[in-house]
Design a protein around this ligand. Sequence first.
Ligand code: NDP
Ligand code: 2IT
Length: 448
Amino acid sequence: MINQFINSIIDNLNFKNGHQVEFIQAVKEVLSSLKTYIQENPYIIKSGILERIVIPERLIEFRVAYQKDDTTIDVNTGYRVQFNSALGPYKGGLRFHPSVNQSIIKFLGFEQIFKNSLTGLPLGGGKGGSDFNPKGKSDGEIMRFCQSFMTELSKYIGSNTDIPAGDIGVGEREIGYMFGQYKRIKSEFTGILTGKSLEFGGSLVRKQATGYGLIYFTKEMLENINKQDIKDKKIVISGSGNVAIYAAEKAIQLGACVVAMSDSSGFIYAKNGINISYIIDIKENHRQRISEYINLDNSAEFYPASEKSIWSIPCDIALPCATQNELSLKDAEILIKNGVIAVAEGANMPCCEQAVHLFLENNISFAPGKAANAGGVSTSGLEMSQNSIRDSWDFETVDKKLESIMKNIFKISNDTSIKYNNPNNLVVGSNIAGFHKVATAMAKQGIL
Ligand code: NDP
Ligand code: 2IT
C-alpha cells in the first residue's frame, strides 16, 4: 500500500518530468527511505505532504547575456529554484557549469531541503545557477556575467526571502561581484548572499566549512560505527575545488594521509601523501590544472581521466567531492575489493544509486551528502546570524559551532536509523530525520 503510494508519486513525476533524470534519482532516493515513517504517520498522506514536497514552490528561469572581451555576445540561461520554505527563507548555492539545466537545479534544490533541515537552523531549501562556463573566461568576463546574472536574480532574493551562496564554479570572487551588483541595484547593504569576503560581511571558516565539516562527520562515523580513528587512514578525494581542498587540509591535520586528488582532466597520485599547500597554490592562486602538481612534487604521478579512474587507487576512506554520479557501480566494486571501510559524500549525490546499495550491502560505512556535506550551509547560516546582529565571531568560535552541528547531524541520523530498524544505515536515518521536521512544519502551516 505505502509502496504503491510512493510509486504513484514517482510515476507522476516521470510522466511530467521524465527527462529530468537527476531530479527523479534524488526524489526516489529520499522517498524510498520513508516507508516505515509514512506507515507510522498517517498525516503524511492526509496532508498530501509527498505530493506537495516534490514540486518546487517556484522555479525561475531567465536569460543572462553579456559581452565577451572579443566583443561577441555570450547568452546563457539562469535559474533559481525556491523549493521549500517550511523551515525558513530559501537557502542554497549557485552553480555555474555548462551541464546546469532544470534537472540539475531541481535535484540540488530538493536535496537542500532535507540537508538544511538536518542542520537544525531555520533554513528553507533552494538552489540556482547557470549553464555559463567560467573556464577560460577573463576576470572582466566573469564580472560582467555575474552582474548580468544578479540584475535579474535581484528581483527574487532578499535577506528574509532567499539567500544564495556558492557551489561549483562560484566562489568568493563571483559572490563579491554579485554582492556588489545587488547593493548597487537596491542601495541596500544586507546579507543577501553567503560566502562573502571577510571585509564585507563574510564569516571566518565559511571557506573551509564544507570540507572541514565532511571530516568532522567522517571522524564521528568512524569512531561510532567502525570503532576506528581517522589518524593514519589512507584517503582518496575526488575534485580539487573548495570542498575537496579543505577536506584534505583537515584530514591531514588529523593525521590521515591523502594520496590522490583530481579535477575533470585527471588525477594525481602521491603515495606518501599530497602536500595540500601545493594544491591550494595551483587551484586557488593560479586557477591551473591539477597536472601542474607533478612539477612541484616529482614523486607524484598524473593519470588522465580517460585512462584511469581515481577510485582504482586503494584506500581506507573514499571522499567523492567533485560532482553528481561521479562514482559508478564499477568504481564501488573496485573500492570494496581494495578494502575501503568508509565512503563519505562531500559532493551532492556523487555516488550513483547502485554504488550506494553496494556499499550498504557490504557494511561499508556510508555518509550521504545531505548529512556529510551540510557543514557549508550550516556555516552560511552562521554567517547570516552574524550579519543580522552586525557582529563577527572569531575562527575558533565558528569552527566549534560547525563541529558541534556536524556531530549533532551524525547523532540524529544514527539515532533515527536505529529507531527505524536500519542501524548503521545513515541514508535512511538522515532522510527520515531531515524529512520529519519539514513535513511536520508543512502540515502545521496548512495546505499551501
Ligand atoms: P568547485 O567548483 O570549487 O570544485 C569542483 C571540483 O569538481 C573541481 O575540481 C572540478 O574540476 C570538479 N568537477 C566539477 N564538475 C565536474 C565534472 N562534471 N566532472 C569531473 N570533475 C568535475 O566546487 P565545490 O568544491 O564547491 O563543489 C564540489 C561539490 O560539492 C559539488 O557537488 C557541490 O554541489 C558540493 N557542495 C559544495 C558546497 C560548498 O559549500 N561549496 C557545500 C556542499 C556541497 P574542474 O575544475 O576540472 O571542472
Ligand atoms: O550544496 C550546498 O549545500 C552548497 N552549495 C552550500 C549552500 C549554502 O547556502 O551555503
